[in-house]
Structure formats: C-alpha cells, structure tokens
Design a binder for this molecule. Structure first.
Ligand code: IMP
Length: 181
C-alpha cells in the first residue's frame, strides 16, 4: 500500500522511509492550513484536510521544541521563533536560568477512509549553554537529550535513533503492522 507524506521537507521523508522499511512512502507537496493550536490539533486537521483532497492514505507530521522554564515556549511557534530569534535568542532568554529542562515532541497524523489517528513521540533533555555541533537543523545545536552529554547537532546520525520523530514513526509502523495495512 502506498502512503503519501504531505510535507515540503525532504529530510522528513527520508527519515520516514528509513523507519517504515517495507512501506511505500511518497512525498506529496500539498499545503494545509496550520491552525493555531496544539501539535495534535494541527496534525489531525492537516491529515484530514489532505485526505479530503487526494482521497488516498496520507500522513502529516508536526513537531516542536518546548522549554519548561519558558512555560513550554516556543512550542507550536517553534518554526517562527527559530526563523526570528533563533537559537541565540533562546539562549538569551535562558541566561541565568538554572532549570534547562526541555523536550521535543512530534505528532504524526494519519488519515485514510476509516478516519484519522495520531502517533506521538517525545524526547526529554536539556538546553545547552551554547550552540554546539554542525549536524541536523533547527534547535539541534542547543538540545542535549537525557543520558547524553552531546547536543543533537553533535550526535549526527545517532540522533535519528532516539529522536521524537523516530519514536512517533515507530508507533505508526507498529500500528500498520498490527492492522496489516
Ligand atoms: P515543523 O513540524 O516542520 O513545523 O517543525 C517545527 C519546528 O520545530 C522546526 O522548524 C524546527 O525549528 C523545530 N524542530 C522540529 N523538529 C526538530 C528537530 O528534530 N531538531 C531541531 N529542531 C526541530
């Protein structure tokens, strides 16, 4: 069975393909309105929206970076915040702040003729004191996952074994196997 992945981000598609080994994943570039709501609401709405357009099984993925001391900011504003104040801005907001707890969360919305289902992955960790590493994207240089002393950007490929997206895709994969899709 073919599953379409509605995203403009080819890296997300590559990651999905490597986890969903024997599933036929094809990127489709259809924009869907990003509601101003939780990741779950955005993913659910997006998956239904694209399904209504193409009437074929589809996934969308929405993710974000949440800093506890900033009351979960940037959260659902992650993309905008990254493009404006960036990692330096986040580090500045945390100057003198001891609680560095943060997490990444990814929500996959899958929609087919039976409706929509959500799969959630989360990775806990800390905000570093400075940017480190050159791999990855977004907040990777300032995020240290729990149990490690390197940032996601220093971990390189190893990140993809423990990431929020990896966990969400694994849950989706288990669902596909369970339901024999
Ligand atoms: P979106 O799901 O593509 O809208 O991603 C939202 C934003 O969250 C991205 O633009 C990144 O700034 C951030 N983000 C999501 N996942 C990651 C990750 O694995 N590493 C670093 N930043 C991420």
């Amino acid at each position: 069975m073919k599953i379409y992945f509605a995203t403009g981000n080819i890296n997300k598609v590559k990651e999905a393909k490597s986890i969903l080994k024997d599933v036929d994943i094809e990127q489709i570039k259809i924009d869907y309105p990003e509601l101003q709501g939780s990741l779950e609401e955005v993913a659910e709405f997006g998956a239904k929206y694209v399904y209504e357009k193409i009437k074929k099984p589809v996934i969308v993925e929405d993710s974000g970076f949440f800093v506890k001391a900033l009351k979960e900011f940037p959260g659902t504003y992650s993309r905008f915040v990254y493009e404006t104040i960036g990692n330096k801005g986040i580090l500045k907001l945390l100057e003198g702040v001891e609680n560095r707890d943060a997490y990444f969360k990814a929500v996959i919305g899958y929609c087919d003729e039976y409706g929509v289902k959500l799969f959630i992955g989360k990775v806990e960790g800390y905000v570093a004191y400075e940017e480190r590493g050159s791999h990855g994207f977004g907040y990777d240089p300032i995020f240290i996952p729990k149990g490690y002393n390197k940032t996601f950007a220093e971990l390189g490929e190893e990140k993809n074994k423990i990431s929020h997206r990896k966990k969400a895709f694994e849950k989706f994969y288990e669902y596909l196997k369970r339901t024999n899709l």
